[in-house]
Design a protein around this ligand. Sequence first.
Ligand SMILES: [Zn+2]
Length: 268
Amino acid sequence: MAHILHRAFSILACACRASVAPNSPAGGPAASAGPVDSNLIDDLIAANRILTERGILDGYGHVSVRHPGNAQRYLMSRSVAPELATAADIMEHDLDSNPIDARGRTPFLERFIHGEIYKARPDVNAVIHSHSPAIVPFGVSDVPLRPFFHMGAFLGAGAPIFEIRNVAGMTDLLVRNPELGRALAHSLADKPVVLMRGHGSAITGASIPNAVYHAVYLDVTARLSVEAKMLGGNITYLEPEECRLAMATITGTMSRPWELWKRKALGR
Ligand SMILES: [Zn+2]
């Protein structure tokens, strides 16, 4: 009996340590991956402001970037309206979305969107979660969101839709645990964007400027799609080869709008 009780206590003790420091082999506090260049933090702050300015984020939504020194970590602000985020709000998370250095700061409830996409997509280094009103109709309609002008060519064959009901039945629609984050990443597959039915979208990029470009022109594509539909005729969408050729040109120029947007966002 004593042996059984001792064994049970040992398991419980291990579980408690794991809940405190889930990614630390020794059970102690997980070590930070270290500081990052202040220019990257500036990029993260700028992205929050740029996307808020365009209505792609509001009091909700978030932006993250993979830690350049450790691919198993990402950086994102504490739970705060994106436009208010400062360098002091940026928290390091592991890919299970446990905060490494919370210091009393509250992480975003839906941080699993970010951690699970980083796990599934080694090519992704920045993730945006948005509730943009321009995008929501395309997540609840059978009208597809497809590219029809060159700046939206990154969409390629279109954006998949994550149907949370297929994974978890009736929910509050929030990606509030790792299982839902994994299912979302599965729906995203190898695409740059996944629409979330009745909720918003998750947008990815190889860098913060790349992801912000995707978010801005995803929004423009959605709004122009409605205008084109209102004309009443047929829409000519881009062919895959046109998307490929357009992106071969645009990818090399993404720093141009980024420099403008960042300068205006940071007031420099
Ligand atoms: Zn959300």
